[in-house]
Design a protein around this ligand. Sequence first.
Ligand code: SF4
Length: 355
Amino acid sequence: MSDIRNNWSKEEILAIYNKPLLELVFEAATMHRKYHNPREVQVSSLISIKTGGCSEDCGYCPQSAKYQTDVKAQKMMGVEEVLQQAKNAKEGGASRMCLGAAWREVRDNRDFDNVLEMVRGINEMDMEVCCTLGMVTEEQAKRLADAGLYAYNHNVDTSEEHYGDVISTRTYQDRLNTHQHVRKAGVSLCSGGIIGLGENEVDRIGMLHTLANQESHPESVPINALVPVAGTPMENQEKVSIWEMVRMIATARLVMPKSVVRLSAGRLDMSKEGQALCFMAGAGSIFAGDKLLTTPNPSQNEDMELFQILGLNSTEPFSKGSKPEIKMSYKESSKKQEMEAKVKQWKEEMATTKK
Ligand code: SF4
C-alpha cells in the first residue's frame, strides 16, 4: 500500500496512535527518513503584526476581546518595522517568517494592503513568508499569492465534534472553506491543531483524520500543546504530557508522510530530551523567538544549543518548494521607492554579513 493516502479510517489512525510508544517512534522515524532529511529542522519566526482585540471567542486565546487577559489590543505594526524584524530573524537563522494578525477575517482595506507589502518585502529577502490572518476569500488568497506568499496558516484546531466546545463564532466548515481558497490560489497550506483543549483521544484522531484525508495533505502541520492563559475559559486545563505530544507528532508523521510536522506552542514546558524525542518522531520544524504571538517560547540561543547537541541544522528557505514569483507591484506612491531602496539596502547588508 502506498505511504501517501487520503482514505484513512479513524480506526486505522487510532491504532497507530495507540501503538507501544517506542515502536510508534521507530516507525515514524523510519518514515521521516524516507521523505525528509532527519538532520534538518526548519526554523520559523513568528511576528504578531496585529495583537489582541479579536472578535472571535476561541477558548484558548488571550487575544480574544471577549476575555479579560493581560494581552491588550495594539495597533497594527508598520511595514518597515516588520521587515526589520524579518531581517533580524533571517540573520538569526530563520528561513520562514510567519505573520499573524488577530482578525476574524481579512478585510480589503489599507491594513491588508500593508500586509501585502510586508509579504512582498520578506519574499524579496529570500525568506518563505507565511500569513495567519483568519478567514480569506479566494480573491484575497490570490492577492497574497501575487505578493509572493509561500504558505497560509489556518488550523482546524481540533475535531469537528469538539470544535463547538472551543469556538462558537465560526464553524469547522468555515475553516475548511478557507483551506479551499488557499489551495485554489496555489498557496501551500499550513494547518494543524492544539492538544489539551479538553478533547478526548477520539477528537485528536478526528483532527488528524480531517487533515490526512484532504485531497492533498497540508504541506505543513503544526502540533501545538495548549499553553493555558489566565482569563481565558481554558485557563485551568491540565497541561498535556510530553508522551501525548510525541504520540501526536509520530501519528501525524505516519499518516501525512510528506508534510512538515511543526513542533509549535508548548515547547517551553518540554525538556531537551522531550524535544529530541519529538524530532526523532518526525518533527521537522520549530518556531524560534522568545514569544509565540503572545505566549512564551524558548530563546533562540537555547534552540541553537539544542541543535548543536543533536547534530541538527536549520533548513535553507525553499528547500521543499520553489520561491513564489512576485506579481504585485508596490503601491504607486512615494513609499514605493523608499521601500524598494530599503529592501535593496537590507539585502546588501545580509550578503555582506554572510561573507
Ligand atoms: S485564535 Fe485567532 S481568531 Fe481565535 S480569538 Fe485568537 S486571534 Fe482571534
